[in-house]
Design a protein around this ligand. Sequence first.
Ligand SMILES: Cc1cc2nc3c(=O)[nH]c(=O)nc-3n(C[C@H](O)[C@H](O)[C@H](O)COP(=O)(O)OP(=O)(O)OC[C@H]3O[C@@H](n4cnc5c(N)ncnc54)[C@H](O)[C@@H]3O)c2cc1C
Length: 481
Amino acid sequence: MTRREPRSRDGGSSASLRRPRRVAVLGAGVAGLAAAYEVSRAGAPERAQALVLEAADRVGGKVLSVSRGGVIYEAGPDSFISAKPDVLDLARELGISGDLAATKPGSSSVSIYFRGRLRTLRGGMWPPKASALLSSGLLSWRGLARLALSRWPGSEDPVGTDESLAAFVRRRFGQEALERLADPLLAGIYAGDAEELSLESTFPQIKTAFAKNGASAARPPWRPAPGQSLFMTFQGGLSRLPEALCAALPGGAVRTGARVLALSRRDREWKIETSAGDFAADAVVSALPAGALAPAVERLDPELAAVLREIPFASTATVSLLYDDSSLPVRPEGFGFLVPRREGKAVSAATYSSSKFPGRAPEGKTLVRCFVGGAGRGAWAEKSEEDLIRLASEELSEILGLGKSCRPVEAKAWRWIAANPQYTVGHALRLKRLESCLMGHPGLILAGASYRGVGLPDCVRSGRAAARAALSPRGGFPAVV
Ligand SMILES: Cc1cc2nc3c(=O)[nH]c(=O)nc-3n(C[C@H](O)[C@H](O)[C@H](O)COP(=O)(O)OP(=O)(O)OC[C@H]3O[C@@H](n4cnc5c(N)ncnc54)[C@H](O)[C@@H]3O)c2cc1C
């Protein structure tokens, strides 16, 4: 920690007027690294410096790509959407646009596993095309008729109240569309439960489109960036992004093995106690998950810690299974499938990684990544890695009809316990309460997936916005970005 310095008349230290603005960034996930990058971009090191404090011995947080034997395993996220420009813009700035990879042409169909069979939806996920729905056999005639009725203006959406995604879809499209389409397709993105998730905080664009244009606004919530596919990744895996961010930072800007324990503020200076010693800063960007920040601010502000703890997190696991093509009765084609919760499976979704993106597995091999757990199904994700692999390969065999003799030649599982923030009903109000607590702690800014978007583009946007707020002489408001 830096030595205390003589104070100037305004209460700050005279030395603080000369030295660069020191920004401590907590957490080296994508949001934290993007924040540090933005600070380093903001000017010469004489003007601003960032120090990233990370508990783990590696950077990237949830982003972790493992390459082995020509296979790229993604432990956490496997892609990002191009509809939000933030990752694409950052990739351009970092000079790694050439490493971007689009989805394979013609691979975009998604299936839903329903009553023992995969039902393929061609031509996009939400809203599904009427013809695709008809041929899929996913909805009953009653369910289809109910969905067709949604084309006419019906009951108004409640004004000024936050409602669940399920309440909205049930009212607009009916119960079948909720259980068999919206919960797996939309809530699944958040590893969430449509009954719990806030429509306003998860899909504000759907709410706004309906408010403006009525039911005719059943358009896709996202459109790909021009010339790009909707889902994108990097050729060697998503870890390319945190690696390139790290490489763009000045040497020594990231301190791994430094678990943040407590934050305090005195004489306009923040003190960060960590497992690797204490550090001083003029501003702090927390890019920690809300639940990890809570204990560190308990002494500083118990109310702030309590609101942070109110944000729930769901547990998930990913299980990657590699097959020899020769052992597969049919090679899975398309993006993958989703499993509605009523089917009672541990696997809630699967991506046919080698069909979706190029270069994920060598010729002659097929890579499938299963997603286990999520809100209300978290217990599955907490099983041992061995059990997860057994469970996922058994269920995959059943769902794809692979037959008993078809076994993966390699398998890897990663557990993400209490890792997926849930924007449940009341989330927007919780953010307001956080903002109001932070009024009392100038220079402390909250960024990352816990607050205003879980996807990688949102995390990049949030980290960069937090850095700009931290550099602002006003102390940084809004403080939850
Ligand atoms: C299984 C899974 C699949 C996903 N799939 C996708 C996808 O395909 N596309 C997509 O866009 N998004 C996806 N997401 C979401 C996305 O990956 C995350 O929202 C995003 O990576 C979070 O970034 P972050 O920087 O906010 O937080 P994190 O990545 O969680 O980073 C937080 C960092 O803080 C560190 N930390 C924690 N506590 C402390 C402490 N006390 N002191 C210091 N450091 C600490 C952690 O070690 C970590 O490095 C997925 C998430 C999961 C779990």
